[in-house]
Ligand binder design. Structure first.
Ligand code: NAD
Length: 323
């Protein structure tokens, strides 16, 4: 209901709104009988091991939500915490313990790891996660399987975007898709998923020349940049489906007014809370788009739903392999 409170939905009138919160609920409802069947067959719940190192406030919120939603579905969780000063070896030890634990099906290492663990800490920790338990899909084995279009665990946010497109019956095969952002967790894997579904995919980034023009050729336009309201109506082909992955916290009143306008619900929400969320897509894009995701309430809820889905799938697959 945060979306309605912040006016995400209201301020994207014009385009059809792709409701990620409702789809996330439907995905969780579909997972519930699979969790029950797993518990009946295995004599234990599917389980997720989480590592939270340091005290990044955003990470605290993400991890709390992941645990709350896992447990609501009957997935057991095992949260390990490390202080920001912990040596990298301790993070690796926890991952190795989770790898070896028969009753742990999925492993999630919350990003970012503390800077003191070293610049390559995340890559090294993802290298260490057993591919069978890699529910975030960030390990090189998972990434390689995705490139080759082989079965494997797919990163949650891109999988959530595909679920949303399918649920909205958006045509993908033969269509032009433009993904702005080339990160390993969103842009690149999403480009591959769209490619595997026969879209003609262009990946854009900070060095792309004539970005608005390139974007305006897209039937499906995805913004995964991390810059509030960067994608304005000039980027959007009339009738295009626009997926806004960005989650940006605005704490400056002037910025809220500039993006959402002086009479907006977002500004009213900002006056109450001192903070609102903006996507990477400007609200004026909704006047041109055919369909668009709100922020919050679009891609965000689907990311956690896909994490739950990957965890249940990892549990089922591991049990099948054992038999
Ligand atoms: P990132 O910082 O790793 O990558 C950002 C990408 O944007 C880079 O590839 C960069 O080349 C591109 N970029 C930056 N400036 C640009 C510019 N001026 N023009 C064109 N491209 C530009 O970010 P990320 O982890 O991929 O996340 C992107 C956004 O998505 C962030 O707002 C993040 O909070 C959000 N996110 C949301 C979810 C979710 O569940 N909805 C999950 C992950 C990330």
């Amino acid at each position: 209901m945060q979306a309605a409170a912040e006016g995400g939905a209201v301020e994207r009138e014009g385009a059809r709104l792709l409701d990620g919160a409702a789809l996330s609920q439907a995905i969780r409802e579909r997972l519930a009988p699979r969790v029950e069947a797993f518990i009946a067959a295995a004599g234990r719940p599917p389980a997720l091991g989480l590592l939270l190192a340091g005290n990044d406030p955003g990470s605290e919120i993400y991890v709390r939500n992941k645990i709350r939603q896992s447990e609501a579905l009957g997935i057991a969780t095992d949260l390990r915490r490390l202080p920001a000063t912990a040596p990298f070896r301790e993070a690796l030890d926890i991952v190795e313990e989770f790898n070896a634990a028969d009753a742990v099906d999925g492993i999630l290492v919350q990003s970012p790891l503390p800077a003191g663990m070293g610049a390559d800490a995340e890559a090294r920790v993802f290298d260490a996660i057993s591919p069978a338990k890699d529910v975030d899909g960030f390990s090189p084995v998972s990434a390689g399987r995705l490139v080759q279009h082989r079965a494997g665990l797919v990163p949650c946010t891109p999988a959530g975007v595909m679920a949303l497109l399918d649920h909205a019956a958006v045509d993908i095969a033969g269509r032009r898709a433009v993904v702005i952002g080339r990160s390993d967790i969103v842009g690149k894997p999403l480009a591959l998923l769209l490619l595997h579904r026969h879209a003609t995919v262009t990946v854009c980034h900070s060095r792309t020349v004539d970005l608005p023009q390139v974007a305006a050729a897209a039937d499906i336009l995805v913004a995964a940049i991390g810059r509030p309201a960067f994608v304005t109506r000039d980027f959007v082909k009339p009738g295009a489906t626009v997926i806004d992955v960005g989650i940006n916290a605005l704490t400056d009143r002037g910025e809220v007014v500039a993006i959402f306008g002086p009479g907006s619900k977002k500004l009213a929400a900002f006056e109450r809370r001192g903070r609102v969320l903006s996507g990477d897509v400007h609200p004026d894009a909704a006047a041109v788009a055919g369909a668009i995701t709100p922020v919050p309430g679009g891609v965000g809820p689907l990311t956690i739903a896909q994490l739950l889905s990957n965890t249940v799938r990892a549990a089922e697959d591991r049990r099948r392999e054992d038999q």
